[in-house]
Design a protein around this ligand. Structure first.
Ligand code: ZN
Length: 329
């Protein structure tokens, strides 16, 4: 169980900031009803308030860079929440720093480097510094925080890379936040309460990177908290996917097909066709991730195509902590 203290804080914040009592999920249901073809197109309403949940810097552009451009161009607002700084990537640090055995200082420096790249990528998409929030949770540790490191009843998780057990001061949204699951859920709930998104994009739980899978559960848990206070609220929740077997590299098409063997949720797979200019801008943004281009340019380039694909989950009812590992790929 989460502590009453923490939940009360969420409730107090959401009530204090006000909340639009609108069921934006109805828009999604209408769209579902009017698109029965095999590849329906994602409708992006004017003035959408888009929240993108990115486990690591680059996921937001890989999965939804074109959507972010579209929302921005249509008069909407974008907020990208980076759950981690992507600092727990030994191969990347070795490659970047030319050190055989990176230490905590190397990993921390790598995280700062990736944050700078994320800012540059968002700038390339036309988004300024009001468009992102870094939370600084542990790269590679999110799934463990859904279970073993959930509450303050035990010591917080400590990153084996940076040796941190809490986010850097500059990235803490709620005082006393440490690497505990309920702390991350609480920060996400507060961000949702503050930003009031009408559309939320988050990785699918079937994404085969444990941090991505965990991102889904944390977002869903935070939404469950928000809805306990405002039961009529719903946003159009969409899933993107980055890691799924060898998808999307089996083909050289310019179009991005949905991952084979994975069902498209309640709406079927939704395509977002990008204009030539949007595709070019997305490719430019991906190239701002210089550290990642150095180790896997083929992977990033695989997503620079003429469309993006999304799906809608059947339900967003999750209560953390979990009793078993579900993101153990
Ligand atoms: Zn990632």
């Amino acid at each position: 169980m989460r502590s009453a203290r923490r939940f009360s804080a969420v409730v107090a914040f959401i009530v204090a900031t006000g909340w639009p009592m609108v069921d934006v999920g109805a828009a999604a249901r209408r769209q579902h009803a009017t698109h029965r073809g095999p590849t329906p197109t994602l409708d992006v309403p004017l003035q959408t308030r888009l929240l993108v949940v990115a486990p690591h810097p680059d996921d937001e552009t890989l999965g939804a860079g074109g959507l972010m451009e579209r929302v921005h161009e249509s008069g909407g607002r974008v907020n990208v929440v980076y759950l981690t700084d992507g600092d727990g990537y030994p191969e990347g640090v070795r490659n970047e720093d030319r050190v055989e055995s990176p230490n905590a200082v190397d990993y921390r420096g790598y995280g700062r480097h990736r944050r700078r790249e994320a800012r540059n990528a968002l700038l390339a998409l036309g988004l300024d510094k009001a468009s992102y929030t870094f939370l600084g949770f542990p790269d590679g540790g999110l799934a463990k925080m859904m279970r073993a490191y959930w509450s303050e009843r035990r010591a917080a998780y400590r990153s084996p890379y940076t040796r941190f057990d809490r986010p850097p001061k500059s990235e803490i949204v709620v005082p006393d936040t440490k690497y505990r699951g309920e702390d991350l859920s609480q920060e996400l709930a507060l961000i949702i309460g503050d930003f009031k998104p009408t559309m939320i994009v988050v990785p699918r739980k079937e994404d085969q990177h444990a941090d991505h899978c965990a991102a889904w559960f944390f977002l869903a848990d935070a939404l469950t908290d928000v809805r306990r206070v405002h039961p009529d609220y719903s946003a159009d929740v969409l899933n993107y996917i980055v890691h799924f077997y060898s998808w999307p590299f089996e083909d050289e098409e310019s179009r991005l097909p949905p991952p084979p063997g994975l069902r498209g949720g309640v709406s079927g797979w939704l395509r977002l066709p990008l204009t030539a200019a949007e595709t070019r801008t997305k490719r430019t943004a991906l190239r701002k991730y210089v550290t990642q281009m150095h180790v896997m340019d083929w992977f990033l380039d695989g997503f620079a195509r003429t469309n993006e694909v999304f799906s809608r989950p059947a339900a967003v009812r999750v209560r953390l902590p979990l009793r078993r590992d579900v993101c153990d790929f």
